[in-house]
Ligand binder design. Structure first.
Ligand SMILES: Nc1nc2c(ncn2[C@@H]2O[C@H](COP(=O)(O)OP(=O)(O)OP(=O)(O)O)[C@@H](O)[C@H]2O)c(=O)[nH]1
Ligand SMILES: [Mg+2]
Length: 345
C-alpha cells in the first residue's frame, strides 16, 4: 500500500523581454532622441496549496512548467508586458524538495499558501536608459535576464480525512472500493481486511482521503479479534463513517459495540464527528429496513443515513456529508512567515 505520492517536475521561469533600440521620429522634430522601451519581466513559477486536492496525480501527466517570456520593449517608450506566471496547484501537505529529493524547499501546510519557486528574469533596459551628455543617441539596449530553471520533487504524505469503522462485514472495504480507486480485499467473512487501506474519494470536484481499517468487535481494546491497534490510523481523521449493516439482527447493539470500543480506545476517537449509516440496505425488505432505522435512531439519538454499495443508494449523500465535515474542520488560515518568497493570500 502506498501512503506516499510523489512527482518530479521541471520548472522554468520566464526570460525577461529585451529592451528596444528606437528613436523618436516625427515630422518637424529633429533629433528626437532615444525612445526604446524596457522589456517586460518574465513570469514567475509559484507553488500554491489549494483546497480539495489530495493527490499529485496531475503531475504524472504534466511534468514541465514554463512561465512566459516577457514581451520586448518597443519604440515610443513602451515597456513590454510581463510574462504570465505559472502556478503549480498542490494539495495541502505537499513538501517540495530540490532535485536531490532531500533538501526541503518548502512545506505547504495550509490552504492558500504560496511559495515562489523560480523568479522571472528582469526585462532589459531600452536605449532611453543609456542616453548621456556625451552620447545622445545610444544604439544600445540590454537583453532581458534569463529565467531560472530547476528540477524539483513534490511529495505528499497522505493523511486520511475520514475513517471507516464498524463491525466485521459491515461493508467498509466495499464502500472504499465503490468511492475510490482503491482495491481492497472484499469477502463475506469477518476480518477480510487485515491492514488499513487508503483511497481518495472525489465529490463535487473536491477530494478527500478515506481510511479503511479492520473490523472492530467487542473487546477489541483488549486485543480481541484484530484488536484496536489500527484505530491509530483514524485518530487524526476529521470524521468517522460508522457503518452498521442492515444484515445485523440487532443493529442497536452492533452500534453500541463499536461505540464502546471507540470509547475504550480513547484518544478523542469517541468525540470525533460521526456519520452513521445503515449499510447493505438492499439486503432487507422495506419493512425490516424501517424497523432497523428506528432502532438505530433510538440508540444513536439521530437517524442514520441509508447506504447500499450494491445499488449505490445513498453513496453520494454519504460522501457529501463526509466532505462537509472534512471541509469545516480544515484550517483555512495561512501563517505569516519571514521568508519573502512566501506569499499568503
Ligand atoms: N448486498 C450487498 N452486499 C454488500 C454491500 N456492501 C458489502 N457487501 C458484501 O458484504 C461482505 C463484506 O464486505 P466487506 O466490504 O469486505 O466488509 P468489511 O466491513 O470491510 O469487513 P472486514 O474487513 O472483515 O471488517 C462482502 O461479501 C460484500 O460483497 C452492499 O451494499 N450490498
Ligand atoms: Mg474490510
Amino acid at each position: 500500500m502506498k501512503f506516499l505520492d510523489q512527482a518530479k517536475v521541471y520548472i522554468r521561469s520566464g526570460d525577461g523581454g529585451a529592451g528596444a533600440v528606437s528613436f523618436r521620429r516625427e515630422k518637424f522634430i529633429e533629433f528626437g532622441g532615444p525612445d526604446g522601451g524596457d522589456g517586460g519581466r518574465g513570469g514567475d513559477v509559484w507553488a500554491e496549496a489549494v483546497d480539495g486536492l489530495n493527490t499529485l496525480i496531475d503531475y504524472r501527466y504534466q511534468q514541465h512548467f514554463k512561465a512566459q517570456t516577457g514581451v520586448h520593449g518597443m519604440g515610443r517608450n513602451r515597456t513590454g508586458a510581463g510574462g504570465k506566471d505559472v502556478v503549480l496547484k498542490v494539495p495541502v501537505g505537499t513538501q517540495i524538495f530540490e532535485e536531490d529529493n532531500e533538501t526541503v524547499v518548502c512545506d505547504l501546510t495550509q490552504v492558500g499558501q504560496r511559495f515562489l519557486l523560480a523568479k522571472g528574469g528582469n526585462g532589459g533596459f531600452g536605449n532611453q536608459h543609456f542616453k548621456t551628455s556625451t552620447n545622445q543617441a545610444p544604439r544600445r539596449a540590454n537583453p532581458g535576464l534569463e529565467g531560472e530553471e530547476r528540477t524539483i520533487w513534490l511529495r505528499l504524505k497522505l493523511i486520511a480525512d475520514a475513517g471507516l469503522v464498524g463491525l466485521p462485514n459491515a461493508g467498509k472495504s466495499t464502500f472504499l472500493a465503490t468511492v475510490t480507486a482503491a482495491k481492497p480485499k472484499i469477502a463475506d467473512y469477518p476480518f477480510t481486511t487485515l491492514h488499513p487501506g487508503l483511497g481518495v474519494a472525489r465529490v463535487d470536484a473536491r477530494e478527500f482521503v478515506i481510511a479503511d481499517i479492520p473490523g472492530l468487535i467487542e473487546g477489541a481494546h483488549e486485543g480481541v479479534g484484530i484488536g484496536d491497534r489500527f484505530l491509530g490510523h483514524v485518530e487524526r481523521t476529521r470524521v468517522l463513517l460508522h457503518l452498521v449493516s442492515a444484515r445485523e439482527e440487532d443493529v442497536a447493539s452492533a452500534y453500541e459495540t463499536v461505540r464502546g470500543e471507540l470509547e475504550a480506545y480513547g484518544h478523542g476517537l469517541d468525540e470525533k464527528a460521526e456519520i452513521l449509516a445503515l449499510s447493505q440496505a438492499d439486503t432487507v425488505d422495506a419493512e425490516a429496513l424501517a424497523e432497523k432505522i428506528a432502532e438505530l435512531e433510538e440508540v444513536a439519538g439521530h437517524a442514520p443515513m441509508i447506504l447500499s454499495a450494491a445499488t449505490s443508494q445513498g453513496v453520494q449523500d454519504v460522501l457529501r456529508a463526509l466532505m462537509a465535515e472534512v471541509k469545516s474542520a480544515r484550517d483555512v488560515e495561512a501563517p505569516p512567515t519571514d521568508d519573502p518568497r512566501w506569499l499568503a493570500e
